[in-house]
Design a protein around this ligand. Sequence first.
Ligand code: PEP
Ligand code: MG
Length: 593
Amino acid sequence: MSIQVFGLAVSRGVAIGRAVLVASSRVDVAHYFVPVDRLDHEIGRLRDARNAVAVELTALKNELPAEAPHELAALLDVHLMLLHDETLTGATKVWIRERHYNAEWALSAQLEVLARQFDEMEDLYLRERKADVEQVVERLLRALAARPEPAQPPAAVPAPGAPRDFAGEDPLVLVANDVAPADMIQFKRSVFTGFVTDVGGRTSHTAIVARSMDIPAVVGAREASRLIRQDDWVVIDGDAGVVIVNPSPIVLEEYRFRQRQSELERARLDRLRFTPAVTLDGQAVELLANIELPGDAAGVVEAGAVGVGLFRSEFLFMNRGGDLPGEDEQFEAYRDAVIALQGLPVTIRTVDVGADKPIERMSPQELRHEHGLNPALGLRAIRWSLAEPGMFRQQLRALLRASAYGKVRILFPMVAQLGEVRLIFEALARARQQLDEAGRPFGRVEVGAMIEVPAAAVLIDRFLRHFDFVSIGTNDLIQYTLAIDRADEAVAHLYDPWHPAVLQLLNQTISAARALGRDVCVCGEMAGDPAFTELLLAMGLRSFSMHPARISAIKQRVLRADTRSLAHDLPRVLGADDPAQALKSVMGGRGPQ
Ligand code: PEP
Ligand code: MG
């Protein structure tokens, strides 16, 4: 039966594929396709893991002390029985053989199937056996991890219509309750062509990574991971925020048609890649790229961006099991990005972690949202860096050293206090001095602040005295101005980039920077949303930073804009209670959709 699930549209386009349900705790399991000639080997890996777990469980049982409660031995027997049960390992083999999943992925897929069957059982005793299956799978995953495969290149998603290298491979979409930003980044080169999560808001970091991957996504689809079953056919409508499960043939055909249309539109926009972004009245506009990893830098120039406006360095700090990248490792990552940009500017933001974007190294105190506190208002971004001065200076030294290889701009996130400005510059001076003493070369860097807290926007003139440039983080500026947690789908309907207060702060920041001759950029999601291009141009913005995939669409808007008439209408738009509607009327229907 076909059903629809509604959520938030966060990344455009249509994806059609089979659902892969992944439990939140297991999204970091490796997902790759196994080529035909390695299938027997992969099944062998699973068999070896099963044998190892059997030995482990038998040894545990044999070594139980005489006084141990007899339920323990019975439990180990249940685990041994589950281990050899066809519905676990036998069915897992089928996932490997027929779908070419690697053993870890196949196990997780089968666990999802079984977990759901257990959840639906009437009998409480049987329902509780789910925990036993989970424990056995956990042991199997650990045994597989002890026999790692050489690093597997994640299988590329075949282009629609391209020949597949094995039968039975359908496009896949990921369905999960939640995916942490650190895990999302693992999916960057993965097999999934779209994804759906139960939780999350429009500018949650998970949604941002989906947009950077340029794959259709719906978040905040509350019931999705309960209603969708492993292997269901799913259509993700990333424009409307709807997920259609097991669509009828007519609906499917309609979506396939839309998919083809958007591919054509994409190809058309692609032709604009290397056209300079200049408005009708001759204003040059700088279109920059947001990236998460140094490896993304190569695609920046290809996408037609003229530099990196935001390198979110915190992703270098994730998925490392608590260890942090040292100065040399960071330096190499920044230097590689700088070299890949061939003289174009690279704006690197210092680490922006917090309980909303955690790294393994954080203590339970730092991850305080588990205790009901709001992570967005806590020890985040520059606050965290200033609380870890050694780590902060290490990052600054790495950034300064990279500046010997090209044009580096250092950007500090979430600056809100003038006192923080003083500490930032002291740390920078100390980092330079340390490099001097060590005889290490470094270049000149420009230093900028992210304006993402209303306090900084209100006092913009004072902040501008200290910085070479500012970059407006609209994702957070909206969150903090409207007191809406950007990751919380329960208040997502109140997260409003068109709110007159937000627009006023934006306008004020852009005007103040221009009046003082400082560069100003917008690097939040608004910059990559064509609905705002004319408005931002009218405010005087000439630098936009966005996911590389958005560059051509924004360029198209720039090429059609006339900033003179827009600037003339700006007061009317900003003064309106409904600025989106006002913009539409002054633009004669060409405004925001
Ligand atoms: C922002 O807040 O707009 C921004 C660009 O930073 P992030 O989304 O990484 O918080
Ligand atoms: Mg931010």
